[in-house]
Design a protein around this ligand. Sequence first.
Ligand SMILES: CC(C)(COP(=O)(O)OP(=O)(O)OC[C@H]1O[C@@H](n2cnc3c(N)ncnc32)[C@H](O)[C@@H]1OP(=O)(O)O)[C@@H](O)C(=O)NCCC(=O)NCCS
Length: 140
Amino acid sequence: MQVGQAHAAALAAIHEAAFPRDEIWNLRAISDLLATPGVLGWLDPAGGMLLARIAADEAEILTLAVVPAVRRRGIARGLLSVALAELSRLAPGAVYLEVSVLNAAAAGLYAGLGFKPVGERARYYSDGSAALVLKLSLCE
Ligand SMILES: CC(C)(COP(=O)(O)OP(=O)(O)OC[C@H]1O[C@@H](n2cnc3c(N)ncnc32)[C@H](O)[C@@H]1OP(=O)(O)O)[C@@H](O)C(=O)NCCC(=O)NCCS
């Protein structure tokens, strides 16, 4: 379901449980993002969250997280499919995101949804790994 500021704490708790310590976005960061024009949030109460930002006719997936206990049950795919439906309505050009070259789980998820690599950012993450920039064209 799409959520706003009132669910910032729930989104932050999921992010904290899903990411390594130095990649966690705290409540303040998530709350500030949700207060930013163009930023949208989705929550799966079973333990998933997604934030996206719209700019003109393009959108970016800012973060996606599912708590370890409920992974591999389709929660991330479900969140993405609901979010992409709304983003394609609000920003029909394309959706971008960054994913670590080491993140096989997320890479498989995004490839399955049709995202294609369009670039790379060296040493993007705190562990020194590079980010792949992925794009999903919504208007094709
Ligand atoms: C990546 C993440 C969001 C996936 O969440 P999830 O709810 O477990 O994913 P889903 O169950 O919807 O999986 C959908 C598809 O993604 C791929 N996938 C998910 N986890 C995978 C894994 N551990 N290994 C390989 N492929 C995986 C598979 O193709 C899967 O489809 P399948 O189960 O039918 O084979 C979750 O592992 C997570 O929160 N990881 C830590 C944070 C993170 O890396 N976020 C993404 C940053 S870009």
